[in-house]
Design a protein around this ligand. Structure first.
Ligand SMILES: *Cc1c(COP(=O)(O)O)cnc(C)c1O
Length: 219
């Protein structure tokens, strides 16, 4: 699908639920895509991108930023505490704040660096043992702790279980954000971003629909 087609789908999904298209950020997920595909999307004027790994992002984005100017980078994948400082300096937003230890590390680094990216708390809405994220029952306490550390929590993020109806997870995430007074909802990928918008997504993370199938799987 072209970027224009995706933008049109986002706009009509927004309008259908009484929202403005500008209230939804399209994050183009460029992980493991060849640089030619990424350049092509930059050439079309898109400036919001998502990556899963700090190392990969650090290897490819500084050159693009030099060539294309300011680019908003979002980290979507798990963040190890020993890469947290690098992530703070590279990304505008981190979507995978998923544990107390990482919150503590980010709070300390933010103090030292005098800056902190916007943060989304990743919620393990499906309570899947193999998946990262705060358990729904622990969320309210975790958000409170983050606020006490002055972390800029913008919203919540989820990756619904592959074999379940995503709508249930989108609705649950929206409800949890609302009760915690959080405006941001990072949810919806290539297969279900329109549905996510109907449940209030403010950030959709779209990879393969924009760039084509990923050429090599995530290791
Ligand atoms: C890869 C990835 C995406 C994009 O997935 P597509 O199905 O290719 O759109 C979105 N969010 C996260 C967290 C991802 O890892």
């Amino acid at each position: 699908m072209s970027l224009t087609e995706i933008a049109a789908k986002i706009a009509s999904a927004a309008v259908a639920s009484g929202r403005a298209a500008e209230d939804i950020s399209l994050i183009a997920v460029s992980k493991v895509q060849p640089n030619e595909r990424v350049s092509a999307v930059l050439e079309q004027g898109h400036r919001i991108f998502g990556e899963n790994r700090v190392q990969e992002a650090a290897g490819k984005w500084p050159a693009f930023q030099e060539q294309f100017g300011e680019i908003e980078l979002h980290l979507l994948g798990p963040l190890q505490t020993n890469k947290a400082r690098q992530a703070v300096n590279l990304f505008s937003t981190l979507h995978s704040l998923d544990r107390p230890k990482l919150a503590g590390a980010l709070a300390r680094i933010a103090q030292e660096e005098g800056r902190c990216p916007n943060l989304f708390v990743q919620v393990n809405t499906g309570e899947e043992p193999q998946k990262a994220g705060i358990a729904p029952a622990d969320l309210d306490g975790f958000v409170k702790d983050c606020r006490n550390m002055d972390l800029p929590i913008q919203g919540l993020m989820c990756i619904p279980p592959a074999d379940e109806e995503a709508s249930l997870h989108f609705a649950l995430l929206a409800k949890m954000a609302n009760r915690n007074g959080l405006a941001g909802l990072s949810m919806g990928m290539s297969a279900d971003f329109e549905k996510a918008i109907s449940f209030g997504a403010t950030h959709v993370r779209v990879g393969s629909a924009i760039f084509g199938e990923r050429v090599r799987p995530q290791p």
